[in-house]
Design a protein around this ligand. Structure first.
Ligand code: SF4
Length: 276
């Protein structure tokens, strides 16, 4: 057994390695942890680095991969890269699903028969409520895209971020909608807004630190972090309070640092906050 396998088995670190493929996005959500928007610094990892990290993660004994951003599917090479990564380890990719034209949906067929799932953001059953935080037309695009992705045999998880207390019945209506779109209850995750990035600027959500975040090795173009909630941006600068190492390649360096940092912490579960 490797040190990573031992640490995962002991519950000291999570078995998924997260990769920030990029930081730019076609949206600019009010509570975005990474201050993502169309014109921001891309901080892109690149296809070769994504693939190499996947192979290194598997070699170290990690069991799964997560790809997030920014909006990963703005990268033209992403569908094919995810498919190749999934030949190494199962992958979940996070997306706002507002950027899937017919041609882009067609390229998702590269996932057929491979362990790739998409986690798609949807905050409310009503367009006005959803788009208040995520921008105009987001709701319409998501509810159009989800059934088409499901129809391709790709597993979809719906991720709901709660910027504020929901009115009575709101969650029931949202659950009815995701079932109608073809996503079962076990693939619906709900988390609060984390007060970092733009959420911090807008005084939204709950503050978090190392104690509240399950340790999940997270790789960005500028370093390795404690959690996907840690590699955030505020004032256009990458936050470094939860930086683990600047070195990310080879992956062994930040993985060993994560294990050292997690020593003495109580055993935890897999990520409970679910990014986005
Ligand atoms: S929360 Fe997600 S979809 Fe919204 S701006 Fe940030 S990265 Fe883009």
């Amino acid at each position: 057994m490797t040190a990573v396998v031992d640490a995962v088995a002991a519950g000291a670190i999570g078995d998924r390695v997260w990769l920030y493929s990029n930081y730019h996005c076609n949206l600019a959500c009010t509570y975005c942890l990474t201050e993502s928007a169309p014109g921001v610094a891309r901080r892109e990892l690149g296809a070769e680095r994504l693939l190499r990290a996947a192979e290194q993660a598997a070699g170290l004994g990690f069991g799964a991969l997560g790809v997030t951003g920014g909006e990963p599917f703005l990268l033209a090479y992403l569908p094919e890269t995810l498919a190749r990564m999934a030949d190494v380890l199962p992958v979940v990719a996070l997306t706002n699903a507002t950027y899937f034209s017919d041609e882009r949906l067609e390229r998702l067929s590269a996932f057929a028969g491979r362990p790739v799932s998409l986690q798609i953001s949807l905050d409310a059953a009503e367009p006005d409520r959803n788009d208040l935080f995520r921008g105009p037309e987001s709701f319409r695009r998501v509810v159009e895209a989800v059934p088409r992705i499901v129809a391709r045999g790709i597993r979809v998880r719906i991720a709901t971020t709660e910027p504020a207390a929901l009115e009575p019945g709101a969650m029931e209506r949202l659950c009815a909608l995701h079932r109608e779109l073809g996503v079962p209850d076990e693939d619906h995750v709900v988390r609060p807004v984390v007060r970092r990035g733009r959420a911090s600027t807008n005084h939204l959500g709950v503050p978090v630190g190392m104690a509240e975040l399950p340790p999940e090795l997270t790789i960005t173009a500028e370093g390795a972090f404690w959690s996907p909630f840690a590699a955030t941006v505020h004032g256009r600068r990458l936050d470094t309070d939860l930086l683990v190492t600047r070195t990310t390649d080879p992956l062994r360096i930040p993985a060993e640092a994560m294990i050292r940092l997690s020593e003495g912490r109580p055993a935890g579960d897999d990520a409970t906050l679910n990014i986005r």
